[in-house]
Design a protein around this ligand. Structure first.
Ligand SMILES: Nc1ncnc2c1ncn2[C@@H]1O[C@H](COP(=O)(O)OP(=O)(O)OP(=O)(O)O)[C@@H](O)[C@H]1O
Length: 366
């Protein structure tokens, strides 16, 4: 059974901006209290519109920035307390792939130096071993060892992102976080790069966290998906099932904007109008109520909690109930085998976490 490798608990990050609103400093609620766990070996996607807090969440998970409140637990340890060797281990074990392959690679370094740099920083191997590792990684991402002597500008966008992937894999990480890893690339090569990432994930036994504003990018690769709106998670569940039957009106609206592959047409079921509200002054009640087709009075005043529904799904909506999940197969037998396996793994991990939390509570009480 795979255990949770990363957990967010009541995670919050607020920024104080320099632009005062009515004379007082403004506070941007970039991430506003999120709870979830990522299971070792899964591909976990975080999706939502631009500005909803995805990148801030990724930076919190990897301890690149401090949380305002709440905690991140990596492999059973709270990361805010890590220092020295433990912090270096975390940096080695958790690597990033950035959005823009044009600006994220230093143009003055050769590809070999770029891929080998994390090995040098972490003092892994001799120079000869590092060169051999660079050659191996170049092959793994579909490039050639002789490309090590060239410079990033000699490569296409897709090739540069492969170089970024090779660099991320150099230190043998356990978790790779791709922050919009393909959104700067031509649509025709996005799938290639995502597939390489997925293949390498299986080969190296990685846990993959993919951040995307475009659901089409993660549709075929994510095991589970967390949908964010204005700093909060509004829906979380098995990707195949969230895609088949979205329970939150925002997820439904996001999905309706995905082009239908055969025709390129957009399947418009639910309209999502306007831009997301400003996270400096988010709407009261449900943050999505100003754009929700199904809005009711209660949505304007009471904030819905993220609650457990059927089949590991968690949803924050006053009106999401089991009815909206009726399209989902209820018995594990009827699921496609891969989904059934992942679901079993996830349910078992959740059950063990709940049991651990309960026994910790009991110990505390005793
Ligand atoms: N250092 C910062 N100081 C002030 N505000 C910030 C800072 N970093 C992020 N924000 C604000 O926090 C909110 C969330 O930003 P974030 O970059 O995490 O969103 P995102 O979903 O990743 O968006 P995008 O896809 O456009 O990068 C935005 O309103 C952003 O302007």
């Amino acid at each position: 059974m795979n255990a949770p490798i990363l957990q967010a608990r009541g995670l919050m990050r607020h920024f104080i901006t320099n632009k005062p609103l009515f004379g007082a400093p403004s506070i941007v609620q970039a991430v506003n209290g999120v709870d979830f766990e990522i299971i070792e070996g899964e591909t976990f996607a975080i999706v939502g519109e631009s500005g909803c807090g995805k990148s801030t969440l990724a930076r919190l998970l990897s301890h690149l920035i401090e949380a305002s409140e709440g905690s991140v637990i990596y492999d059973g340890r709270e990361i805010s307390g890590l220092t020295g060797a433990e912090l270096r281990d975390l940096r080695r074990e958790m690597q990033f792939i950035f959005q823009d392959p044009f600006s994220s690679l230093n143009p003055r370094m050769t590809v070999g130096a770029l891929i080998g740099e994390p090995l040098r920083i972490h003092k892994i191997g001799t120079p000869a071993e590092r060169r051999a590792k660079v050659a191996e990684l170049l092959r793994k991402v579909g490039l050639r060892p002789e490309h090590a002597d060239r410079y990033p500008h000699e490569f296409s966008g897709g090739q540069r992102q492969r170089i970024g992937i090779a660099r991320a894999l150099a230190t043998g990480p356990r978790i790779v976080i791709g922050d919009e890893p393909v959104s700067a690339l031509d649509v025709s090569i996005q799938a290639q790069v995502v597939n390489i990432l997925e293949d390498l994930k299986d080969e190296f036994g990685l846990t993959l966290i993919i951040i995307a504003h475009d659901l089409a990018v993660i549709r075929h690769v994510a095991d589970r998906v967390a949908v964010m709106y204005l700093g909060e998670i509004v829906e979380l569940g098995e990707a195949a099932e969230v895609f088949a039957a979205p329970a939150h009106p925002y997820t439904e609206a996001l999905l309706s904007a995905i082009p239908i592959p055969a025709t390129g047409a957009r399947k418009v079921q639910t309209k999502i109008e306007g831009d997301p509200p400003n996270p400096i002054s988010p709407p009261s009640g449900c943050r999505f109520h100003t754009r929700c087709t199904y809005v009711q009075d209660i949505c304007r005043t009471e904030r819905p909690q993220l609650r457990d529904m059927d089949q590991g799904r968690r949803v924050a909506c006053h009106f999401a109930d089991n009815m909206s999940l009726e399209g989902i197969r209820t018995d594990n037998q009827a699921r496609p085998p891969a989904v059934a396996r992942r679901f079993a793994r996830y349910s078992a991990a959740r059950a063990s976490m709940t049991a651990n939390t309960e026994s910790a509570k009991l110990e505390k009480e005793e």
